[in-house]
Write a protein that binds this ligand. Structure first.
Ligand SMILES: CC(C)(COP(=O)(O)OP(=O)(O)OC[C@H]1O[C@@H](n2cnc3c(N)ncnc32)[C@H](O)[C@@H]1OP(=O)(O)O)[C@@H](O)C(=O)NCCC(=O)NCCS
Length: 187
């Protein structure tokens, strides 16, 4: 099935799909835009992430350093999705720092609200998984996702991730406890 023949019940008529989006490793000069983008996502009401906007205050220099370090490393990756110069998504693989866990990386992903459900997440995931496979260092990708985040779970399962367990009350936000799932993909 080609992208344009996609028939998911969740896709709207204004489906632009992600063919025009550029997926690439982040550069240090993206740092200011990456920070502004991430702040916007963290500030969305009810967003399925654990970081509150006031908990994310890196300097541009620190963010740029982190981008360089991650993309220089053999088990970490910082990707952005770019729409005509504007960052509309990001994916990070944070590889284990210690020798015995260097084969495993934790995945985090967000797509800008106006670009969700159009395949940008899928393109970011495919890039990251291909990169991890080609690198030959990572043999395990893992992530945590709220049980209620059904579109994210759908995306992860479509990329081959499997549920390993449920963490009850892993998060407390907006006055309620939330459970999340630990999911992984063995490469
Ligand atoms: C999760 C997220 C990264 C996915 O990115 P995206 O670009 O929207 O993903 P895609 O469009 O590639 O894929 C979404 C899939 O979910 C499906 N979907 C949409 N709503 C759904 C729902 N309520 N239940 C199940 N599946 C759903 C879509 O149809 C699509 O599947 P398909 O390709 O088989 O049709 C994005 O929604 C996001 O940034 N959310 C906010 C932050 C977040 O939750 N990040 C993940 C934290 S673990």
């Amino acid at each position: 099935m080609t992208m344009s023949q996609h028939t998911s019940p969740y896709r709207g008529v204004a489906d632009r799909r992600a063919d025009s989006i550029l997926i690439r490793p982040a550069l240090p000069e993206d740092a200011a835009q990456v920070i502004a983008y991430a702040r916007g996502v963290f500030a969305e009401p009810g967003i399925n992430l654990i970081t509150a906007p006031d908990e994310f205050n890196p300097t541009t220099e620190a963010e740029a350093r982190m981008i360089v370090e991650m993309n220089r490393s053999s088990n970490s990756l910082f990707l952005v999705a770019e729409d005509d110069g504007r960052i509309v998504g990001q994916l990070t693989l944070q590889g284990g720092k210690r020798r015995h866990v260097r084969h495993a990386a934790t995945l985090g992903i967000t797509v800008a609200l106006e670009w969700r459900n159009q395949g940008v997440g899928q393109r970011l995931m495919e890039y990251a998984i291909d990169w991890a496979r080609a690198g030959g260092v990572l043999t395990r990708l893992e992530l945590f996702v709220f049980v209620r985040n059904t579109n994210a779970i759908h995306l992860y399962e479509s990329c081959g991730f499997e549920v390993e367990g449920r963490r009850r009350r892993s998060t407390f936000r907006d006055g309620e406890y939330l459970d999340d799932l630990l999911m992984s993909l063995l490469l």
